[in-house]
Design a protein. Sequence first.
Length: 497
Amino acid sequence: MSKVEAKDKVKPAAPESTSLYADRQKVYPKAVAGIVRRTKWLILCLCLGAYYVVPWLRWDRGPGAPDQAVLVDMQNARLYFFFVEIWPQEVYYLTGLLILGAIGLFMATSLFGRVWCGFTCPQTVWTDLFMLVERWIQGDRNARMKLDQQPWGFGKVVKKAATHAVWLLIAAATGGAWIMYFADAPTVVRQVLTGQASTGTYFFFGLFTLTTYVFAGWAREQLCIYMCPWPRFQAAMLDENSLVVTYRDWRGEPRGKAKAAGMGDCVDCAACVNVCPTGVDIREGIQMACIGCGLCIDACDDIMGRLDRPHGLIGFETWTNLDASSRAAAPLPPGPERLKAGMAARRVPRFIRARTLVYLGVLATVGGVMLGSYVLRTTLSLAVIRERAPLFVRLSDGAVRNAYNLKLANKLRTEGDFALVLEGPAGLQVVVQDAPQDGQGRPLVHSRGDGISQWRALVTAPAGLHLAESVPVSFRLLDADGHVVTSTASVFLGPKP
Ligand code: SF4
Ligand code: SF4
């Protein structure tokens, strides 16, 4: 056995069990270096950096408004994202974002397999960070396995305690960052540290600290394999042109010792298995437990490099290319000619195909609708709710009256006075309860800034004004210059003529 083959052959001890259910076999991923690993570190830094730093970014929205750039203000029912402010009645924007996220995920899976799981899923990112800490304190794969197998002693207690202490610190920072998205960050930190935060704040801080610690420190690949629903239906998004992490068996098989004659390029060193965070052997084909992280690519490239063979025995590959390479390589014995024939049979993956076009179409449509509605959204919007009990009232002088509740949502931070005008059949009169009138006898309503103002309006058809049973009317609000700032349609009901 060569040095390379022997190096990674250490296996974790398999627990004995008589249960019908398989015991968990602890995975001890080995450190690996390479382009995939570097990409994953970069993404990890970007994701964690954004998560921990964003609550501290400030954004000036004027006096009286929160200055946190990204804030879910539950108390005042607002969502702030830099210059965007979402009100409760605009929750459809969040629905749109969820649709965009879901379709984006479908599209990424269709193009590049489980790229979300392997590179950006929070479970992957935090588990990677926790494993890094574990490796720093307890050593790499073999040292960790040895540590777990040795009896408890001072050294083992110190290493394990230090690992869990750092994990808990990271988990607390994660839980702490989470609650900062729901309250002013400096204020909530001060409240938490001085014991003045609300019970709910402490609850969610504790909950996210605990889940981070348990999921990234203990559950790890178990969460991906048994708890996450995504691997169960992601296969529906994959097709023969999706790029997935694949072992090129046409090149690697028959696997065996490097120096043996008639063997493929796989020297059966198990380096790809030993770096795998879920303990998968990619040479057994596509598996649900494979999260597509690509670390086995780096591990195998390293081995191929040391054996002076071309990289790419494991790589991102489409099933179409794998099939084409296999057919081209089949007639040839293992060696450079077979490798050349197999690689020459590959084609550039088809990124533009029916399913990706459909995903792209849905993304463009939903994104376009959201953008359009955001650009056209008004800062003042009037809602009119007609009172239904009774539908109308006949007054003692024969007049007919309808009552309406008006609600003006003012998304500006400035208050203002508006004249209310009723557009409808001539003769209809409108008054607003407890509101003054302007110089032209029109009701003058006062709107508060950044909030909803409500009034009760009474519309009266004097006796002798003969109207249909139902006539359309429109309530309009005019600013001081006489411009219509908002209007809403309704109906005026009366007795049958
Ligand atoms: S695929 Fe590569 S890393 Fe895996 S066992 Fe074969 S040679 Fe080793
Ligand atoms: S088999 Fe490779 S790509 Fe799949 S999870 Fe393991 S290391 Fe990542």
